[in-house]
Write a new protein. Structure first.
Length: 304
């Protein structure tokens, strides 16, 4: 694979940006938990991201594409490869009739601000939602009865071999908190959204209502990765309510705790570890199964 300095130089040249070593992934994830990545970079363009991925494959180096880090957690041992962040792919282009082209690394908060400024409705439900557009499409993030799949018109992505592909909405395999991108290894680079022209003040009011509701529920008080488990709509009872019925609200292991205000949230009290999160999730899964015979499905992704 070459010596350490040679690898750093090659990766930095390919990514067109300095590559950091032993970068703490706790700084990149909303949970504020996780060990270091052997290499870390944020390419400034799609061609640079492509070249970085192709080089990593050539060097037989594991790679992981990181969005906003709001729905995942890195193991305490870290990641023995390169983490490639899309944070600099944050372009936005407002087109006629409510079409919006956004880079996969654009934050949800930045798009919320742009929709209010330009009088475009359809994204109010995501006000205050952490993460990026690419991550939201990847997970088909859903809240307040709305989901990304309702506003995605088309997607541009890279295959692991570096080929650019364009996908229509029907190609994305959307389902509840699921998309084809979770299984096909495609790298999201740009998303075209279909929004609806509307009065800007009306959009602002609804966006503020959603954010205020999140604040009142205490979602911003502690580091977390949002909901730990998916809801099973065949059961009709939210995962949080099932967990709460097992008396687990406030239960703590080490530095992590089942949130007292929302039983489907695990919060980092300040010095949490990934192993503690996984231990607590296992306990929640076991207790819910024993009491309700319902198998909770994790929503938080663990890397690797």
């Amino acid at each position: 694979m070459g010596n350490f300095k040679d690898i750093i130089t090659q990766l930095s040249n390919a990514a067109q940006t300095p590559v950091q070593t032993q970068h703490p992934m706790s700084q990149e994830c909303s949970f504020r938990i996780g060990g270091p990545a052997r290499y870390f970079c944020a390419p400034p363009s799609v061609p640079a991201l492509r070249d970085c991925v192709l080089l990593a494959r050539k060097l037989r180096l594991d790679y992981f594409i990181l969005g906003g880090g709001s729905n995942l957690i890195f193991r305490d041992e870290g990641f023995d490869g390169i983490v490639i962040s899309t944070q600099k792919l944050d372009s936005i282009l407002i087109r006629p009739e409510g079409r919006v082209d956004v880079g996969a690394g654009l934050s949800n908060s930045a798009l919320t601000a742009a929709t209010i400024k330009n009088g475009l409705a359809g994204f109010e439900w995501a006000s205050g939602l952490p993460g990026t557009i690419g991550g939201g499409v990847f997970m088909n993030a859903k809240c307040y009865t709305s989901a990304f799949s309702e506003i995605v018109h088309a997607v541009t992505a890279l295959t692991p071999e570096g080929e650019q592909v364009h996908l229509k909405h029907s190609d994305c395999g959307f389902n509840y908190k699921c998309s084809i991108f979770q299984t096909n290894s495609y790298i999201l680079t740009q998303v075209t959204l279909q929004l609806l022209p509307k009065n800007a003040e009306t959009i602002r009011q609804r966006s503020d209502e959603v954010r205020q509701d999140r604040e009142q529920k205490g979602q911003f008080l502690f580091p977390s990765a949002g909901c730990a488990f998916k809801n099973d709509y065949n059961i009709g009872v939210p995962a949080g309510r099932l967990i709460e019925s097992c008396g687990l609200k406030g239960h703590q292991i080490g530095g992590v705790r089942v949130y007292a205000q929302h039983a489907n949230f695990i919060i980092n009290t300040g010095n949490g570890r990934t192993r503690e999160v996984l231990e607590l999730m296992a306990l929640m899964t076991t207790r819910v199964w024993e009491k309700h015979h319902v198998r909770l499905e994790p929503e938080i992704r663990v890397v690797p």
